[in-house]
Design a protein around this ligand. Structure first.
Ligand code: FPP
Length: 246
């Protein structure tokens, strides 16, 4: 991993950085297969790439990073790979918690956490509680996350509140709806980066990304380094964000 480029590159404008970057970390399996390694080695290297990106965001002044670690559809992968990923998440959390405290990272998990293995749920709760007052950077990990499922559970919760008379129908607006999503305390992503060239959103933050800028690169996730991130931010700063206006 590169440790140079600690400072914000001079061709980037500090005032116009995205506040919140989201990443779909695609291509771990292909990266490993290309090296003649088992797919799981790609996930291991993927963790290193994510860790460096988090540090880079912090170094360069980005306030929030959200990573898509495991989708509600990923349960359909071979059992061996699913079990490996669950164990990896748990091990990484246990290993990185001290560094996250040192780096002032607030970690938060988005998704239906109750379906995850008990021991992973325990580690998730510990890490969220321990880092809850940190304010250096907000790091959101989407785990057993699916946007349609998130939207449906928000609809259910709101319908229930209407039924119980806690809110009136005409109080339902975008702000109220957003408060019922997993991302209630997270600003909408300004930039989505997807690696490995796939041109899809894959059920990730569908509501929240209504106005996000999309950046898709052919680089496989384990090879996504600071220079790649620099290029993504440079491309972002060339865009004109109009939010539907002219
Ligand atoms: C996609 O590559 C990657 C994943 C489904 C897993 C990503 C998870 C990590 C990098 C670990 C993050 C860990 C923590 C604790 C935050 P793929 O397997 O779909 O690759 P392929 O498209 O080449 O098959």
């Amino acid at each position: 991993m590169q440790t140079r480029l600690k400072e914000l590159p001079i061709d980037l404008d500090r005032e116009r950085l995205p506040r919140h970057v989201a990443v779909i970390m695609d291509g771990n399996g292909r990266w490993a297969q290309r090296q003649g390694l088992p797919r799981i080695m790609g996930h291991r290297r993927g963790v290193d790439a994510l860790k460096d990106l988090l540090r880079c965001c912090k170094d360069w002044g980005i306030k929030a990073l959200t990573a898509y670690a495991f989708s509600t559809e990923n349960w359909g992968r071979p059992l061996e790979e699913v079990e490996f990923l669950m164990t990896l998440f748990e091990r990484v959390l246990r290993r990185e918690i001290d560094d996250m405290m040192k780096e002032n990272v607030q970690i938060q998990f988005l998704g239906n956490l109750s379906a995850l293995p008990q021991s992973l749920q325990g580690e998730i709760q510990r890490s969220m509680t321990k880092t809850q007052d940190n304010n250096g950077i907000q790091f959101n990990v989407a785990t057993n996350y699916g946007a349609r499922q998130e939207i449906l559970q928000a609809v259910h919760a709101i319908a229930q509140e209407v039924q119980e008379g806690k809110i009136q129908l005409d109080e339902i607006d975008e702000a109220l709806f957003s408060r019922h999503l997993y991302t209630a305390n997270v600003s909408d992503p300004d930039l989505l980066i997807r690696t490995s060239g796939e041109m899809r959103l894959s059920n990730f933050l569908l509501w929240q990304m209504a106005y996000a800028e999309l950046y898709i690169t052919d680089i496989l996730w384990p090879d996504f380094d600071r220079e790649q991130f620099h290029q993504a931010l440079f491309a972002y700063q060339q865009r004109k964000r109009r939010f539907g206006k002219i």
